[in-house]
Design a protein around this ligand. Structure first.
Ligand SMILES: *Cc1c(COP(=O)(O)O)cnc(C)c1O
Length: 391
């Protein structure tokens, strides 16, 4: 018996454990200091009433012989897939129900999709970015290339003709940088992928945070994207589903490689290894896409975006460079006075009692940067920015 040796190549993820340890030590030595956390990557507002209502009704249905449901449709219930198609239609994107796959979240699908690709493929991953792309490919033993985000390119790396990759990850709005690709820049990626027969894996978990109407909220708003892209989306950040679990992945019928339909491969993979999301959760997810649900979800996002604006205004006033905040819940700032990511973490914790996330935890390219999130309460955001100004 041999274990998968690739696991030994994974970098230990010390990020959140190290943060927790430092915060705990600080609280022990300063028991009366109130610490404000602007580092969390999780939502804090509760589920919307429309969602709760729909799930309560679904629970009652499951307890009644006449309306009970067992195994559901394999790609997800059609009522939910149709609701997802309706949501795309509002973005002027035509998606068919058979192209939508309902899952328990974007993270699972982003990891699992790799089953349908050869381990010989070379992957191209932005740096800094959500660590899941790198770790899932490391586990599978794929060769990984990085493309670097920096102040110069606004943390939006563009295709390089000299780089040959088969699978390209894009995350827009980006976690952790908050940077969003515009249509022209995304078109460069779509053209590059089509020319080189590569596949783009597009993570749009934060699409609902985009406020600037000229920016794309789906890569399918770019001509030709359906021939080269799989898009992953989630209700986690959009509608507070991080604990409820529901996402959706679009695999267009037109996506063909090596004589095979990727949609058919993914269907085969999912029907073999996955038995779907609970009916009750799918009814809650359907309610997110109703007029009432969308308005309620929007109100929650507006609340977070006002937090982001307050943080951004404070940083502008302090003359600190940052990206994000306008179209994403993340603010990515440059540590002042040339401090390192962890140096600034310690400084902010010790001197202001404010906790953020060191950028170095999202890849080498994140060194010297720092992530603040808008997912806290208004009261805490105001207090934290006040403390930063005083400091
Ligand atoms: C939170 C997040 C997701 C969503 O993950 P779920 O499994 O749906 O909760 C996906 N991608 C990024 C970049 C995220 O930050």
């Amino acid at each position: 018996m041999n274990i998968n040796d690739n696991f030994s190549k994974l970098q230990e993820s010390y990020l959140f454990a190290s943060i927790a340890k430092k915060v705990k030590e600080h609280s022990q030595t300063h028991p009366d200091k109130n610490i404000i956390r602007l580092g969390i990557g999780d939502v804090t507002l509760p589920l919307a009433p429309a969602v709760v209502n729909a799930m309560q009704n679904a629970v009652l249905e499951m307890g009644d012989m006449a309306t009970f449901r067992g195994y559901g449709e394999e790609q997800g219930h059609s009522f939910l897939r149709d609701a997802v198609c309706g949501y795309y239609a509002k973005k002027s994107v035509a998606i068919e129900s058979g192209e939508v796959f309902i899952s328990d979240g974007a993270k699972s699908d982003i990891g699992n999709i790799l089953d349908i690709f050869s381990t010989d493929n070379v992957v191209l991953i932005p740096d800094p970015v959500y660590p899941v792309y790198m770790d899932t490919n490391t586990m599978a033993g794929r060769e990984i290339l990085f493309m670097h985000g920096n102040e110069g390119n606004g943390f939006l790396p563009l295709p390089d003709k000299n780089t040959k990759a088969d699978i390209i990850y894009l995350c827009s709005p980006n976690n952790p940088t908050g940077a969003v690709y515009d249509k022209e820049k995304l078109k460069l990626w779509v053209d590059y992928a089509r020319e080189s027969d590569a596949i783009i894996l597009f993570d749009s978990a934060y699409e609902a945070f985009v406020r600037d109407e000229s920016l794309p909220t789906s890569i399918y708003q770019i001509e030709g994207a359906k021939e080269c892209t799989i898009e992953f989306c989630s209700l986690s950040k959009t509608a507070g589903f991080t604990g409820t679990r529901c996402g959706y992945t679009v695999v267009p019928h037109g996506l063909l490689r090596g004589g095979a339909s990727l949609n058919e491969l993914w269907l085969r993979r999912q029907t073999t290894k996955f038995n779907g999301v609970p009916y009750i959760v799918q009814r809650g997810a359907e309610a997110v896409f109703s007029d009432e649900g969308l308005a309620q979800a929007r109100a929650g996002i507006d609340y977070y975006m006002e937090n982001a604006r307050i943080i951004a205004d404070a940083l502008t006033g302090l003359g600190i460079w940052f990206a994000g905040g306008e179209n994403s819940p993340y603010i990515w700032l440059k540590c002042p006075d040339g401090m390192s990511s962890w140096g600034f973490f310690d400084y902010l914790l010790e001197r202001a009692g404010v906790v953020g996330t060191p950028g170095a935890g999202f890849g080498a390219g994140g060194e010297g940067f720092f992530r603040l999130t808008a997912f806290g309460s208004r009261e805490n955001v105001i207090a934290a920015t006040q403390r930063m100004k005083e400091l």
